[in-house]
Design a protein around this ligand. Sequence first.
Ligand SMILES: *[C@@H]1O[C@H](CO)[C@@H](O)[C@H](O)[C@H]1NC(C)=O
Ligand SMILES: *[C@@H]1O[C@H](CO)[C@@H](O)[C@H](O)[C@H]1NC(C)=O
Ligand SMILES: *[C@@H]1O[C@H](CO)[C@@H](O)[C@H](O)[C@H]1NC(C)=O
Ligand SMILES: *[C@@H]1O[C@H](CO)[C@@H](O)[C@H](O)[C@H]1NC(C)=O
Length: 407
Amino acid sequence: MGTCTSFGMILTGIIAMTILSLSSTAHNITLILDGRKQFSTFNHYLSVSHLAEEINRRQTITVLAVDNAAMNELLRKHLSIYTIKNVLSLHVLADYFGAMKLHQITGRTALVSTLFQATGRAQGMSGFVNITNFRGGKVGFGAEDNDGVLDSFFVKSLKEKPYYISVIQISKLLSSSDAEAPTPAPSAYNLTVLMTKKGCKLFADLLAFHADVEKTFESNIDSGLTVFCPIDQAMRKFMPKYKNLTTDGKTSLLLYHGIPVYNSFQMLKTGNGEFNTLATDGTTRNYNFTVQNNGQGVTLKTRISTATITGTVFDDQPLVIFTVDEVLEPRELFKVKQVRTTAPAPTKAKKSEEAPAEMDDDSYSPDSAPEDDDVVADESEGWRVMSYGGWWWPIVVSVAAAGATYF
Ligand SMILES: *[C@@H]1O[C@H](CO)[C@@H](O)[C@H](O)[C@H]1NC(C)=O
Ligand SMILES: *[C@@H]1O[C@H](CO)[C@@H](O)[C@H](O)[C@H]1NC(C)=O
Ligand SMILES: *[C@@H]1O[C@H](CO)[C@@H](O)[C@H](O)[C@H]1NC(C)=O
Ligand SMILES: *[C@@H]1O[C@H](CO)[C@@H](O)[C@H](O)[C@H]1NC(C)=O
């Protein structure tokens, strides 16, 4: 009886701790600013620009808020919502600065990266904010592209949740000609140009060559698109295999590198599991891959290859482009590697050898999948362990969501 009670108490304790620790990482910037009339304009524009969602998704973050008077100064410039988003994203620091830390910056000055920097839209150093401690406890802020002028100052702390989120008021918006420059709507971005600039020239060239594929990617931007572009080194290594594919195969391979939903890095980390791609035929479970955490990183696993996300080319909801270190090879186009050490059963091995290295989309039928699983026992074992290991994710996510709502 006593054991039973204490076990129950421990269990309750564990659940409470889990909810607490999850809820402490979940924050809602809209809610934090909600009761503060002085910041209603700033709060409104965080929401309509979708920056609020981005802020809520991130951990270890500082929001530099300004009052309605300061926001009105910005609104008088009649900038597009996309430009306003750039300006406000310069006011979200990718580090935690509570009032205490602000006044104790090592060396009295620091350059801090912002969400504007993370979008890939900032030129050079203009996505960084200079924070400097002056005499008499004054803390100044300035955009790095503001000629060293720090003309906005710390006013007060609005909310501190060490070391997840800090919301502080500064006296005026940071002035940055780069952030205020006219910016196109996400759908007006040229994917191939973005990729070419950040080390994915070969993949971009292939997209440009297959105009229909490029169009498919582009037509998905407005509703949300995640692209994984293999870096040139990986693509170069893969080219002999690529050239071997049929035209249909090439189209499918390229489409396989896009997911028709926006997924930030954080979302991929917390949403492990199987993902459909642009190559997925809506009627079958084909052309999928599995997203899995790997320490601090995220890997994409097909049955054939494993790629790791190595960087962000562009990230501005609804479009995000990541670089990956390997080409994603779908099982629908390539043979699963023989990994077993024992000799395979002759008939089955023969069958798998005869399987064409390249298949048309049509020649893949879901019925053949279980047979494949038999042939490569080791791989299918790993598959099962992997999906088993992932069963608790929906619970974590829903508890986290509940935390976000109630705490
Ligand atoms: C955040 O708070 C606002 C205002 O209370 C609410 O409308 C919104 O649904 C909340 N968002 C989340 C993700 O809970
Ligand atoms: C920040 O700006 C001040 C004033 O222009 C300058 O003295 C300082 O070196 C800058 N800090 C960094 C880290 O660049
Ligand atoms: C993207 O840029 C490339 C190179 O400048 C150009 O050939 C292509 O037509 C552009 N695509 C779109 C959709 O504008
Ligand atoms: C290309 O296809 C042929 C015939 O199926 C095969 O023998 C060859 O190994 C393939 N080359 C590469 C690089 O995959």
